[in-house]
Design a protein around this ligand. Structure first.
Ligand code: ADP
Ligand code: ADP
Length: 226
């Protein structure tokens, strides 16, 4: 995924806030890129644009080599559903659904048939070490287990890109380390790319590079250093 000269501003009560200014960035397959910077520096805005949840005002987003016109909502929604997974700090699981149903949900949206859904949900839950806990609802799981359900839900559609917002913020040290190593495994074995907003030093140390934002400007990490 590449961003070329991406800018995004918001107008609030007559003031214009430049949330992102002329961001140039290329993220390669299978890398874990951390997005850092103080509150208000543009991290969420960057994640929303890369996750095709929002549109830039200016610049070009290339996705799998394909330039993505901001206007093409149908294509953007299709790409988001098929190729991008989301993981949030607060997990965003459906409380009345058990782990199995939470993970299965994105496959419904994709119209995957029942047998294939079953196979892939089991595979995803095994992958995150939750085999046997299919019937548990979120309130019957620990924080780390909930985050693993959220990761299983993100990866069950075999996305090329996973967008994660502070995925380890609510987790203890041991659990955070497990989540980080799970991400590394997925990046390494399946070529999944991770774009992770994080302040967590436990996470930062394991990322391939850190992108640092300051006042909407990408001040560090735009180029991949090998
Ligand atoms: P971060 O995630 O680093 O805290 P954000 O991307 O949320 O930063 O915000 C960057 C700037 O854009 C901030 O000044 C924020 O107030 C502003 N902003 C973000 N979203 C909106 C919005 N929907 N409307 C108005 N201003 C916004
Ligand atoms: P929509 O139908 O709202 O256009 P999609 O169903 O295509 O969005 O969303 C794709 C993925 O993005 C889903 O896994 C969904 O859970 C996630 N998602 C989108 N927006 C949000 C959000 N604001 N909060 C949590 N998850 C979101």
């Amino acid at each position: 995924m590449s961003l070329r000269g991406i800018s995004k501003s918001f107008t609030l009560g007559g003031n214009t806030i430049h949330a992102l200014r002329d961001v140039e960035l290329a993220v390669v397959r299978g890398e874990i890129a951390a997005v850092t910077g103080p509150s208000g520096s543009g991290k969420s805005t960057l994640l929303n644009l890369c996750g095709l949840l929002d549109r830039a005002d200016k610049g070009e987003l290339l996705y799998g080599g394909e330039p993505l016109p901001a206007a093409d909502d149908v294509r953007r929604t299709q790409l988001r559903r098929q190729t991008i997974g989301f993981v949030f700090q607060s997990f965003n699981l459906v409380p009345v659904m058990n782990a199995y149903d939470n993970v299965e949900f994105p496959l419904y949206l994709l119209g995957v048939d029942a047998a294939e859904r079953r196979r892939r949900v089991h595979e995803a839950l095994e992958r995150v070490g939750l085999g046997g806990l299919e019937e548990h609802r979120p309130d019957q799981l620990s924080g780390g287990q909930r985050q693993r359900v959220a990761i299983a839900r993100a990866i069950v559609k075999r996305p090329q890109l996973v967008i994660a917002d502070e995925p380890t913020a609510n987790l203890d040290a041991v659990t955070a380390a497990q989540i980080v190593s799970l991400m590394r495994e997925l990046a390494h074995q399946q070529g999944t790319t991770f774009l992770v907003a994080t302040h967590d030093d436990r996470m930062l140390g394991h990322c391939d590079r850190a992108l640092r934002l300051a006042d909407g400007v990408l001040v560090e990490g735009a180029r991949h250093v090998h």
